[in-house]
Design a binder for this molecule. Sequence first.
Ligand SMILES: C[S@@+](CC[C@H](N)C(=O)[O-])C[C@H]1O[C@@H](n2cnc3c(N)ncnc32)[C@H](O)[C@@H]1O
Length: 363
Amino acid sequence: MATPKETLWELDPHTTAKHEILRRYLAAWFPILGTYHSRIVYIDGFSGPGRYKNGEAGSPVIALDVAVSHRKSTVGEIAFWFIEEREDRLAHLKQELAAITVPAHFKITAEAGRFHEKFGKVLDSIEADKNVLAPTFAFIDPFGFSGIPFSLIERLLKHKRCEVFITFMVDAINRFLEHPEDKVVQHIVDAFGGAEAVEIAKGSGDRIVKLRELYQSKLSGAAKYVRFFEMRDRQERTQYYLFFATNSELGHLKMKEAMWKVDPDGDFRFSDATNPSQMVLFEVDPTKVLAAQVREEFRAKGTVTGFQARIFVENKTAYLKKHMTAALKHEEESGHLKIDEVKTDGKKRRANSYPDEARLTWA
Ligand SMILES: C[S@@+](CC[C@H](N)C(=O)[O-])C[C@H]1O[C@@H](n2cnc3c(N)ncnc32)[C@H](O)[C@@H]1O
């Protein structure tokens, strides 16, 4: 998609899906973080005008909408910080924000500028004073790849309970990788925090996959849990990845739940892969794929508990507990998996159940 020049532009189906993930995740994030912290921060670093051409809500309006509907379970201050480079879009956003009634504990700032400059200054001063950032969710949603230096994302992730959700425009990066202008290539180098991406252009193989793997490995060096969600077009070409990076086990789980809830239609496909050679297609029944993954993980480990299996699935794969239950049932029925009659708590196990206390042995 060409970068829109108008103040408002048309919403496309990928963006609807992205918004749906955002909405669902925030519906968990605001109440979870807002219940225990005196201040939490939602940053929309590339906020846009707040609305699309046909009246659909943009990300700032979505975030406020979700926070308003969970206002009773948030006790402390919620700071919303919207940054938009273009004055016309910012003016539109301000009009939109003015029309939303918010409770007194919401503090909204919408300002003109570049995300990396504005947020960089905030981090500089916090770090200089040896302060810590309040729990922060940063939505970084550029049209392209400039203005998203990895160093900034890394600094953000160093702060406790801070996480990022990034639109990573891999198709554009791939197309500009060998651009003759150094300035353009430098944006790519900055986005990756090093020149390895440029080296990818010189090698062989699938550049999109390699760029994704590189970014994934960079984020994995900065956060404990990294997930991505792939957006493809009708021609099956990857347009971009939505990357999520967090140090929170619960946040990771909630993001996976949000991703699984989004219903793909014919215009795009979603996928996720922890192991890049095992693409997870969200529209395909995951039972057999996950069954093979769990078997691979545990078959040489003797007897393990249901707890170990669940933690593996929840923390190390794209799947959820309900998928694990189906996968273990499949394993048991196909004779790969034996389950003890008696659980670790001394009680009898119910058929077709795989609780934390179950004892599992792969044949
Ligand atoms: C993809 S749109 C954002 C859409 C919005 N997040 C939503 O979901 O409704 C990207 C926006 O970032 C703005 N922008 C571009 N470069 C920027 C920068 N360096 N810092 C902040 N905003 C920027 C653009 O003008 C555009 O409005």
